[in-house]
Design a protein around this ligand. Structure first.
Ligand code: IVH
Length: 682
């Protein structure tokens, strides 16, 4: 390290401090304000000079912009408890409900004076909390369930528009800011162009990409995604004087170098706020980031405090959600797909269109009735709608007369996969009569059998199954257990190692559970939950195979139609033979002898509501059924327990009204852990 004198020393420290401020300023100009003032090369020059000085004179510190990406991945996320809960928002979809929101507030305040509101875009990203102690970013956390979130400081530090240090913070001060981390539209496009170039998987939409990026254990992965943030509120504040109105707080946050949304406004009275919502909707497509509505908040903090909060959302704020996004496109073709059970489904191939955050290039038309209802023909311009995570759908045909060469969609008389006759099944469905002769059904049934939630045969993916069936190497699921190494290594793109791995995965999958096996058989209407109910009820495959329809109907969740399908399946000798062959190949499961009354949650009825963070709803349902419980869709006096996650609404209210036991997801998980340990089951 060079020796240096006091004067030199001071100069170096001043230069380091100057460079850090300069870099922070340019980060903000580039990443928040979209108004760079220097070239990338000049910016890199500043960064290199700073790095050089910090290493030469041993001046590196964690607040320096050179230290944004830490070097080591974390082993796991640690939990953080929010001192003030992070609430969510109530939502409305129309003007009337927005007016009602204002009326409720004025009534509660007993004051008819028009209120001032802060109007903000509802950014579609991930809610986070940032904590600055004495001006230094100490901690960043996800919202989690509102009370406990995950520590994501290492990742948030990589976001260039978030300052690692805020300007002129008073001593002993604490400032918690909250906001939305998101991926802008240009950033999304950039990373997808890169992914395409690198031949890696493209990202589906900006929101999911942001959510995934922020939950990386290795911050270097987060740093590859150009995330941004807009702050929308404050949390814990100590030793800092902040203004009394939210709109003024935004100005202060901005002056501290924190990113705030430039598209915010204020409105006096709800009418002005509604006008803001409409204007925002108008410019939605032109914005550089995705939004799904507007948020209207009482501007004065003291009034917010007077109004207080409900169970999980403030009374002083409301989300005005935009209608689902709609775009027009053209129906290029309609193909008929054959499902696992032979159902023929028309699928429209569309001119690709970006709607609701994803590119849509095909969509199901469900059945011929839907085609008639829409009056859609090949070549028609149509409106496609996609809301949230809902499957995109065609909602109507645009200007039918504009289609100069319309082609009417006709249901094929013969199955497109096997040429067997197609026949009507029920009110609207059509089905291929080919059964196992039909390769489409064979492929689908093998894919289903091998899938993760069924027999879980790792390495036996869709492409390989298609190849095996096309080359007539396997005909049905039984064939899986007859493949040998020679056959596999002779396949295209299959090395010896992968072939061996696949064979050992097939071997491993033979030891399974009865519920998985039953589900894997692909009996119509028998999903994972129904399979578990059957196992819980009968305890053995023989019991299920010989059950009469009347007996099956007594099983939890099984009605006459499902009972009929199950009975029909086991009356078919082909199926019985297949089961015999599968068992002869070594597929087996531990004996389940069940006395239903001994199951820990025997005959208790649960309702799941709100979102779940720790497990999927499907998993929660399966766990409950395994323990003997029934899972109902609505709350009634017969409900024993409601599991309420964030966002729970009317079901939670009803449970509270009826005095039914309500537990959080955390408590639910705890309960499962306990019950699974003490469960009486042999
Ligand atoms: S305010 C107490 N403002 O929308 C109010 N939320 O449930 C808390 N969001 O989790 C939220 N933009 O992540 C607020 N301008 C904005 C927002 C916003 C997006 C998200 C936020 C929250 C969800 C609503």
């Amino acid at each position: 390290m060079p020796t240096f004198n006091m004067a030199n020393d001071k100069k170096i420290i001043e230069e380091v401090s100057y460079l850090r401020k300069e870099i922070q300023k340019h980060d903000r100009l580039y990443h928040t304000l979209d108004a760079p003032e220097i070239t990338d090369a000049d910016y890199d020059g500043l960064m290199l000079r700073l790095e050089d000085l910090e290493t030469t004179y041993d001046l590196a510190s964690s607040e320096s912009p050179t230290q944004r990406v830490g070097s080591r991945p974390l082993p796991e996320f640690s939990q953080i408890t929010h001192e003030i809960s992070m609430l969510s928002l109530n939502k409305v979809f129309n003007e009337k409900d927005l007016i009602d929101f204002e009326n409720r507030i004025t009534k509660r305040l007993e004051d008819n004076t028009l209120l001032k509101f802060s109007c903000e875009p509802k950014v579609d990203g991930v809610a986070v909390s940032l904590l600055y102690r004495d001006g230094v970013l100490e901690r960043a956390a996800t919202r989690g369930d509102g009370v406990t979130g995950e520590d994501i400081t290492h990742n948030v530090r990589t976001i260039r528009s978030i300052p690692l240090e805020i300007l002129d913070a008073p001593e002993n001060s604490l400032l918690e800011v909250r906001g939305e981390i998101f991926l802008g539209k240009p950033g999304f496009q950039k990373i997808n162009e890169r992914a395409e170039k690198e031949g890696s998987k493209v990202f589906v939409n900006p929101r999911n990409t942001a959510a995934g990026a922020i939950r990386q254990l290795d911050p270097r992965n987060t740093a590859r995604i150009p995330l941004q943030m807009y702050c929308y509120s404050i949390g814990v504040v100590k030793n800092m004087d902040l203004p009394e109105n939210l709109s003024d707080i935004f100005l202060v946050l901005d002056s501290l170098g924190l990113p705030v949304n430039p598209d915010r406004a204020t409105g006096i009275g709800i009418e002005e706020c509604f006008a803001y919502c409409l204007q925002l909707l108008e410019k939605r497509n032109a914005l550089n980031y995705e939004i799904d509505g507007a948020v209207i908040k009482v501007n004065e903090l003291a009034t917010q405090k007077r109004l207080g909060v409900n169970a999980r959302s403030p009374r002083w704020a409301m989300a005005y959600k935009f209608p689902a996004e709609e775009k027009s496109t053209v129906v290029l073709d309609v193909e008929f797909q054959v499902g696992r059970t032979g159902t023929i489904t028309p699928v429209a191939r569309l001119e690709p269109v970006f709607v609701g955050g994803v590119t849509v290039s095909n969509t199901t038309l469900h059945n011929m009735d839907e085609i008639d209802r829409l009056g859609v023909r090949i070549g028609d311009s149509v409106i496609v709608r996609r809301a949230g995570d809902v499957i995109p759908k065609i909602v109507r045909v645009l200007n039918p007369l504009g289609n100069k060469n319309p082609i009417t969609i006709i249901l094929p008389a013969m199955c497109p996969a096997c040429n067997s006759p197609v026949e009507k099944d029920g009110e609207v469905l059509y089905r291929c009569t080919g059964g196992l002769v039909c390769p489409a059904q064979r492929k689908q049934s093998i894919k289903h059998y091998a899938s993760r939630t069924a027999m879980d045969i790792e390495g036996l993916g869709d492409k390989l199954i298609e190849q095996l069936v096309d080359e007539e190497l396997i005909e049905s699921v039984v064939g899986i257990y007859k493949i040998d190494l020679d056959t596999l290594v002779n396949l295209d793109r299959m090395g010896k190692k992968s072939a061996e791995n696949l064979l050992s995965a097939i071997e491993k999958s033979k030891s399974t559970s009865l519920a998985r096996f039953l589900f894997a058989l692909g009996i119509r209407e028998v999903g994972e939950a129904t399979a578990l109910s059957l196992v819980n009820h009968y305890g053995s495959l023989d019991g299920i195979m010989s059950a009469k329809t009347s007996g099956l109907e007594k099983v939890a969740d099984i009605g006459p139609i499902v009972a009929h399908h199950i009975r029909l399946f086991f009356l078919n000798n082909n199926n019985v033979e297949q089961i015999f062959e599968l068992r002869s190949s070594g597929v087996s499961w531990p004996d389940v002898s069940v006395d239903r009354d001994l199951l820990a949650l025997a005959d208790q009825t649960f309702v799941l509501t709100g979102s779940m963070q720790l497990m999927s709803r499907r998993e929660a349902k399966a766990e409950l059924i395994k323990l003997g419980a029934k899972v109902a869709g609505s709350v009634s006096k017969n409900t024993d327990c409601v599991v309420a996650g964030p966002g729970a609404g009317s079901k939670l209210a009803k449970a509270q009204e009826l005095g039914i036991n309500v537990i959080s997801e955390d408590e639910f998980v705890e309960m499962l852990a306990q019950l699974n340990n003490v469960q009486v089951r042999t």
